[in-house]
Design a protein around this ligand. Structure first.
Ligand code: GRF
Length: 212
């Protein structure tokens, strides 16, 4: 059975969705860079090993990432899963886990990399927004995409209502991505592209606002 380690920084709702998804893998540990991350208690309550590697205890990114990597590697995971982990990782760290490190991002990448994605989508007036699960590469939020979900943007949306609609989809696509990865149905190939034998949906379209 494959093993995964989940990294969080806060609330941990994506982590919780993964814990509840009955994935075909062992969740070896949940690690946070913040001791007060609410998600740690949720993981502990489910009997999952937890650890804190506090970024504040390290003078720079490189030494923090090295300590984080040492902690992660004690669990010998097949995949390292970023679930609301709010630290930018060094190239050395990313390359160490290349093809085994995945992230969920609250936008339809490559649109809206970085933060405040919902506010920016609303300001631009896009009619469709969403979320993406991708392999992590040194380019921030730029790695090969595994799965995306699109949602309509409503006329009266606020960042909060749009974010809730996107989050609901995050909780569906992240477990799906992990299921595929752990069953070797999706992988990063030798050209750095996502390879997959998964179902595609020709003809499926989300039109927003709807056609009348
Ligand atoms: C999610 O929106 C995720 O896409 C982003 O950070 C947020 C984390 O939320 N990377 P949670 O901690 O999983 O609830």
């Amino acid at each position: 059975m494959k093993k995964i380690v989940i990294l969080i920084s806060g609330r941990g709702s994506n982590m919780q969705a993964l814990l509840e998804a009955d994935l075909p893998c062992t969740i070896a540990a949940v690690i946070s860079n913040r001791a007060d991350a609410a998600g740690l208690d949720v993981a502990k309550a489910r009997g999952i090993a937890t650890a804190v590697v506090a970024h504040k205890d390290y003078p720079d990114r490189a030494s923090f990432d090295a300590a984080l990597q040492r902690e992660i590697d004690t669990f010998t995971p097949d995949f390292v899963v970023l679930a609301g982990f709010m630290r930018i990782l060094t190239d050395a760290f990313v390359i160490h886990y290349l093809g085994r490190l995945v992230n969920i991002h609250p936008s339809l990448l490559p649109a809206y990399t970085g933060t405040h994605t919902h506010e920016r989508a609303l300001a631009d007036g896009v009619k469709i927004h969403g979320c993406s699960v991708h392999f992590v590469t040194p380019e921030l939020d730029g790695g090969p995409i595994i799965i995306q979900a699109a949602v309509p943007v409503m006329r009266n949306d606020t960042a909060a209502t749009l974010s809730a609609r996107v989050l609901h989809e995050e909780h569906r696509i992240y477990p799906q991505a992990l299921r595929w990865l752990c069953r070797k149905q999706v992988w990063l190939d030798e050209h750095g592209k996502v390879a997959s034998d998964r179902l595609e949906q020709p003809g499926a379209a989300l039109v927003s606002p709807g056609l009348s």
